[in-house]
Write a protein that binds this ligand. Sequence first.
Ligand SMILES: Cc1ncc(COP(=O)(O)O)c(C=O)c1O
Length: 357
Amino acid sequence: MSGFLSYRYREIEPYTAGEQPQDRQYIKLNTNESPFPPSPKAVEAVTKAAVEGLKLYSDPVSRKLRKAIAAFWGLDESEVVATNGSDEALALAFIAYCGGGEGIASPDISYGFYPVLCGLLGLDNEVIPLKKDFTIDVDAFCATKNHVVLANPNAPTGLALSLAQMERILVANPDRIVIVDEAYIDYGGQSCIPLIPKYNNLIVVQTFSKSRSLAGARIGFAAGQKALMEDFDKIRDSLNPYNINTLSERIGVAAVEDKNYLEACVAEIVKTRAYTANALQKLGFEVLPSIANFLFARHPKLTGKQYYLALKKEGVLVRHFDKDRIRDFARISIGSREEMEILLEKTEKILKGEIAL
Ligand SMILES: Cc1ncc(COP(=O)(O)O)c(C=O)c1O
């Protein structure tokens, strides 16, 4: 620490992002990126003229992108704000709605960015344990007096709540904001976006980093009723008024308009997920029934760390969380079929002792 760091932030613990190592070529199954390139239409959007256009500031409201996202989801343009990745949407939502003395309730096992944001913003984080089977305790979230943030499907478990369960939480917390982080919704979950007209306390956050293969373009959005989005925009304009760069806006519009490509990529991941889960189970793994683009799995003969380290030595990266209750698990992103076959082949060798721990 420099000594200049503001006293407010001396205790913060920053988010630990998944490894992006440069030392060798890995099969990257650790950060839930897509194995497929972005839509060819998104690639075509990066023209020479578009790059030359970078000399000007981007549109401060990213109108074209908002319009395209709103059209995709059947929303009004006033119900969507585009953001620099969904992490920015989460940060802006926490700042905009959660500073009134209440804390934020989130599960003990979920996306690590929520407690980090609470720490940064000085908000109380009410930690509600997942149930024994790693599902979200809906009753406890109904009973909280705090705002709520939930990843649906949850990460790293991949387990999701139904729309009816989400509605129970929304109804039980009419004076509290419920932020639903749908980073992985396209792989099989039910989005809460259709509930927006019904609930004035609902904010849905999504990303283009996963199913749309655009993690590096940093595109996300928040959606909610018009009044909520006006407040959200006030905060965005106070922090980062040109939050979407011109190229990302063009890429994002092309990607969201290419629904066929999205559906083809998602279908392939869903197929490969079923194949991988089945093969891991045959090797003796317990695999949670994920509906995201990753699996959360443990083996009785291996710790999560042993498995992660043995795979890493072999050039396959998965994610291990050194945390109570989930220490034995590894989170494995679904890559291409070929990548998953290599993972499975290495896993079999690890279990047979042919790859040393
Ligand atoms: C649950 C969840 N929410 C949000 C994000 C952030 O995504 P991005 O900022 O790339 O949109 C991630 C990234 O892995 C995630 O797992």
